[in-house]
Design a protein around this ligand. Structure first.
Ligand code: SAM
Ligand code: SF4
Length: 333
């Protein structure tokens, strides 16, 4: 349902995909995202309410926004998230709602989320042993994530995607186990190249394990991977299947093969800042409009202005790249 002119930026990219961060809080501390200790979280009063998020989506949907993903921080620590899903699923024009979670609280919430209308789940899991899990997350919880994946599959989510950040020196020994995991559980495994959005500012290009290296490792240790056609040309992942048709593996190669020219996303942070890119250095504060009686027309104007200001690409591979002040947990990945 697109009653107004669609959101096309100055490079001709059509935007139909909105990522909504519902909190910056999290129950673990992945090193590539959060500081180890003393995290300064947003005050509760700073977070958009479910009603404010719903209003924003109702205004954005007629501009062609039809795909939503809830994220954070850890979205499942926001109380009664299924109630937000229900509100969003009822908005005319919204065709698809997804969730990205670390899976720790998923077993207890999967059934309610499914009943509320959620159909796509991505669970982040970087390692397949409890010890290695703790190296990535600085917390326990490995078993709970596995339980969450199983429960999500049991209640009907299909596919459940498992996202693993690929970090040189850490991910190599997880690659083959993840290949077998995809074949045995039916979950799609996707490796995401480590990006410069860590709170500690310690990202370096040399710390990224690249997609092509993982493809080589899986192909020689298990069997060749065959590329699958891209059903959605805007999806950032490139998907493969093992030669015998069992086990899907995808790659989000943000560093080695940037996909900015097909980007169709905008984001709203938990405190109501609209961002046109993960790596953007600017953002638009929508909370005053949403909270203090701004008209729909003013919100539409702000969304359009943000889309029109979107840059061509993320510039990570240039000498002039500047890492945004907000780390991943505070933007919403
Ligand atoms: N807490 C949820 C989770 O971990 O799935 C949702 C938010 S998290 C920020 C969203 C995704 O971003 C996760 O898959 C996470 O692994 C990924 N991510 C976080 N920091 C990253 C980084 N520096 N580079 C690449 N991916 C990152
Ligand atoms: Fe939490 Fe997700 Fe960030 Fe890990 S990646 S610290 S789970 S928000």
């Amino acid at each position: 349902m697109s009653e107004l002119l669609p959101l096309i930026d100055t490079f001709g990219r059509l935007h139909n995909n909105l990522r909504i961060s519902v909190t910056d809080r999290c129950n673990i501390r992945c090193f590539y995202c959060m500081p180890a200790e003393n995290v300064e979280f947003m005050e509760k009063s700073e977070l958009l309410t479910f009603e404010e998020i719903e209003r924003f989506v109702r205004v954005a949907a007629p501009l062609g926004i039809n795909k939503l993903r809830l994220t954070g921080g850890e979205p499942l620590v926001r109380r009664e998230l299924h109630k937000l899903v229900e509100k969003l699923a009822a908005i005319p024009g919204i065709q698809d709602i997804g969730l990205t979670t670390n899976g720790i609280m998923l077993a207890e919430q999967a059934a309610d989320l499914y009943a509320a209308g959620l159909r796509r789940i991505n669970v982040s899991l970087d390692a397949l042993s409890p010890e290695k899990f703790k190296k990535f997350t600085r917390r326990d919880g490995f078993e709970k994530v596995l339980e969450g994946i199983k429960e999500a599959q049991r209640v009907g989510f299909d596919p459940v995607k498992v996202n693993a950040v690929s970090v040189r020196g850490m991910t190599e020994e997880e690659v083959v186990p993840f290949g077998h995991f995809a074949r045995e559980t039916g979950a799609d495994v996707r490796f995401i190249e480590y990006m410069p959005l860590d709170a500690d500012n310690s990202w370096e290009r040399g710390k990224v394990l690249f997609a092509h290296e993982i493809i080589e490792q899986l192909s020689s240790a298990i069997m060749p991977l065959i590329p699958l056609g891209q059903p959605d040309k805007n999806a950032p992942a490139t998907d493969f299947v093992f030669e015998d048709g069992i086990g899907r593996i995808g790659f989000i190669a943000s560093i080695s093969q940037p996909f900015c020219m097909s980007c169709n996303r905008i984001r709203i942070t938990a405190d109501g800042k609209l961002r046109n890119c993960l790596f953007s250095l600017d953002e638009t504060d929508l909370r005053p409009l949403l909270r203090e009686g701004g008209s729909d027309a003013l919100i539409v104007e702000a969304i359009r202005a943000s889309v029109m200001a979107k840059k061509e690409g993320h510039e990570i591979n240039t000498a002039w790249f500047i890492q945004p002040d907000r780390p991943m947990y505070s933007i919403g990945g």
